[in-house]
Design a protein around this ligand. Structure first.
Ligand SMILES: O=C(O)CCC(=O)C(=O)O
Ligand SMILES: [Fe+2]
Length: 326
C-alpha cells in the first residue's frame, strides 16, 4: 500500500485530546515498543489513537463517498434496505432506531452495515446474514467490501500487538477472529438544529473485541476517563481511533477496559455540518467461547466471570436486545 491517510511521523502531534498518538511506523522496526505504547494507552483509556496505519486512502474515500451517495437517496428508496427484527446486522438502520443501553432518547443517526462474505456453504452461515447491496449507487459493493477487508486485515495486525502486550503469543487471536462476525458501520449524523437537545450518540460501550474508527475528526467524540470526566478524543486528520470492546474486556478480566464513550452535538458553528464516521466492529468467530484468560486472574483481580463462559454469538444477541436492535 502506498498512499496513507496520515501525516509523516515527524508531524505527528504530541497529544490529541489528551491521548498521545501511537505511530505504526514502529510496527516493523520496534514491535515490542509499539505494542507497549499501544497497550499502555488501552490500559489507561480503553482507547488509542493510531497514526501511520497504512490504510489506502483511495479505498477509504471510495467507500465513504458511496455511503454519502446512499444516504442522500430519498427516504423511501433507502427504507427498502431496512430489515426490521434482524438486529440491524445488514443494510440500513433508519434514523431514530438505535438507542444506547438504558437510554431514554434515540440516537440522531442512520447507518449501513456490511458484514463478512463467507465461503459458500460455510457452517457460520447460520450466524451471519447475507449482505445487502443497493443497486442505486454503482460501485457500492466493491468499495464497501474493499474497506471491510482493509479494516479486517488492519484489525488483525493490531490484535497481534495486543497479544504481544498481554504476553499471549503474537498469533493468539488469529484463529479466533479469522471468520469473525465483524461489521463495518457507515454512520451518518445529519446536521443538528441550533436548539437540538441531547447528543448525537448516547453514552455506551462497544460490544465487540476491538473497534477501528475512522472519520472522528469532526468534533464530538468523547470518552469517560477513570475519574468519570468526559475527555475529547480529537484525533489528528486521518488517524485511526481504536478502542476495546466488552468482549475483550471480559476475556482480559477488565485488564483492558471497555470504556464508555459518546458523540455530543457540536458547537453552534458546526451544527450545520453532517458527521460521517465509520466504526469497524471486529468480532470473534461466532462459536468462540469467552472464558477469562488465566494470566489476568490475580489475588487483586479475581475472576469476574467465574463459571460464566459464554459463546461470542450468545453474548452479541444478549447485547443487541439491550440496544433495541433485536
Ligand atoms: O461516530 C463516532 O465517532 C462513534 C460512533 C460509535 O461510538 C459507535 O457507533 O459505536
Ligand atoms: Fe461506540
Amino acid at each position: 500500500m502506498t498512499d496513507t491517510l496520515t501525516t509523516s511521523p515527524s508531524q505527528t502531534p504530541a497529544a490529541a485530546g489528551g491521548i498521545t498518538p501511537v505511530s505504526m511506523v514502529r510496527y516493523e522496526s520496534d514491535f515490542q515498543g509499539f505494542s507497549d505504547d499501544l497497550g499502555r494507552s488501552f490500559t489507561r483509556y480503553g482507547f488509542a489513537v493510531v497514526s501511520d496505519h497504512g490504510l489506502d486512502e483511495a479505498v477509504i474515500t471510495a467507500a465513504i463517498d458511496d455511503a454519502k451517495a446512499f444516504f442522500a437517496l430519498p427516504e423511501d428508496v433507502k427504507r427498502a434496505y431496512h430489515q426490521p427484527g434482524t438486529g440491524g446486522a445488514r443494510g440500513l438502520t433508519p434514523f431514530g432506531t438505535e438507542a444506547a443501553k438504558d437510554a431514554k432518547a434515540v440516537d440522531l443517526k442512520e447507518f449501513w452495515h456490511t458484514g463478512r462474505e463467507l465461503p459458500a456453504g460455510h457452517a457460520y452461515g447460520r450466524y451471519m446474514r447475507a449482505n445487502l447491496w443497493p443497486t442505486e449507487v454503482p460501485g457500492f459493493q466493491d468499495h464497501l467490501y474493499g474497506m471491510f477487508e482493509a479494516l479486517d486485515a488492519l484489525g488483525r495486525r493490531i490484535l497481534k500487538a495486543i497479544a504481544r502486550y498481554m504476553d499471549l503469543g503474537d498469533d493468539y487471536f488469529e484463529d479466533k477472529v479469522e471468520l469473525g462476525n465483524s461489521v463495518l458501520r457507515m454512520l451518518h449524523y445529519p446536521p443538528v438544529p441550533a436548539d437540538a437537545p441531547g447528543v448525537r450518540a448516547g453514552a455506551h460501550e462497544d460490544i465487540n473485541v476491538i473497534t477501528l474508527l475512522l472519520g472522528a475528526e469532526e468534533a464530538g467524540l468523547q470518552l469517560k476517563d477513570a475519574n468519570g470526566e468526559w475527555l475529547d478524543i480529537a484525533p489528528p486528520p486521518g488517524a485511526l481511533v481504536v478502542n476495546i470492546g466488552d468482549m475483550l474486556q471480559r476475556l482480559t478480566n477488565h485488564v483492558l477496559p471497555s470504556t464508555t464513550h459518546r458523540v455530543v452535538n457540536p458547537a453552534p458553528e458546526r451544527r450545520g455540518f453532517a458527521r460521517y464516521s465509520t466504526p469497524f466492529f471486529l468480532h470473534f468467530n461466532p462459536d468462540f467461547v469467552i472464558r477469562t484468560l488465566p494470566s489476568t486472574i490475580t489475588p487483586d483481580n479475581p475472576d469476574r466471570y467465574a463459571g460464566r463462559d459464554i459463546m461470542a454469538e450468545d453474548f452479541l444477541t444478549e447485547r443487541l436486545k439491550e440496544i433495541r436492535l433485536l
